[in-house]
Design a protein around this ligand. Structure first.
Ligand code: ADP
Ligand code: MG
Length: 233
């Protein structure tokens, strides 16, 4: 029986970093499946492995053991070149600090990736304009980062992550630099784009207040992940 593959599927993922003569197990046999349109909160103490999980899911690091399956393709079996293509076509990454280029306007931040990949500029501009509208920044398209608030910069970051039509959205503490009201609107925006674009979203958060906006909460401790069993009512 064939069915649509999950956008994100981590199978028994272990990630070790060398630490002098020893190794640190940043991830210890982690299993996680996220479906299209599902948003998972990832919580746990500092150093428990949350960012490592995102890095492995983003295919930015290769796990020591286990499989990272993106939309049915095992990323751990790919050569670097194919891995880059898989990542570009499937994964949107949003880190805590928006990392925008100081000299570019909001719309240019979105277009530059497509432009560097040789895609037609007109189509990229149309897509960027639409995404800025979706994140509530249609009137700020021509502003540079220093003319935007922290919340607006994070919105540009989110819009930029959506430019490649990702199936998976990986978000690391998106509200760490924001006050409460702006944090709330950023998490609500992430919820909305998860639903509207049917992406599989994993959001690391230290703020359990936002957990109810997500479908379930996974907890990391010493590299081990606990995922609640989702029951249907
Ligand atoms: P969290 O995001 O939950 O704070 P991390 O994933 O950043 O946790 O870190 C998990 C563990 O892996 C920690 O012990 C950390 O020191 C270690 N670690 C993370 N990245 C590296 C790295 N690049 N090299 C060596 N150790 C690392
Ligand atoms: Mg972290």
């Amino acid at each position: 029986m064939s069915s649509t593959p999950s956008p994100l599927n981590l199978v028994n993922v272990t990630l070790e970093y060398p630490d002098g003569d020893e190794t640190i197990k940043a991830l210890d046999a982690v299993n996680l499946t996220v479906q299209a349109g599902q948003m998972i909160s990832l919580v746990g103490p500092s150093g428990s492995g949350k960012s490592s999980l995102l890095a492995a899911a983003a295919t930015l690091v290769r796990p020591t053991h286990g499989l990272v399956i993106i939309d049915g393709t095992d990323a751990t079996g790919l050569r670097d070149k194919d891995l880059t293509a898989l990542r570009r076509e499937n994964i949107g990454i949003i880190f805590q600090q928006p990392n925008l280029l100081a000299s570019l306007t909001a719309v240019e931040q979105l277009i530059i990736g497509d432009h560097l990949r040789g895609k037609p500029l007109k189509a990229a501009r149309a897509k960027a304009t639409e995404l800025l509208d979706i994140v509530g920044l249609s009137s700020s398209a021509d502003k540079r980062p220093h003319q935007l608030s922290g919340g607006q910069r994070q919105r540009v970051n989110i819009a930029r992550a959506l430019m490649g039509h990702p199936k998976v959205l990986l978000v690391d503490e998106p509200t760490a630099a924001l006050d409460h009201e702006r944090s709330d609107s950023i998490v609500r925006l992430l919820r909305r784009v998860t639903d509207d674009f049917m992406v599989a979203t994993v959001m690391v958060t230290h703020d359990t207040e936002f957990v109810p906006l997500t479908d379930s909460v996974a907890t990391m401790r010493d590299g081990k992940l606990t995922v609640p069993v989702l029951t249907t009512v």
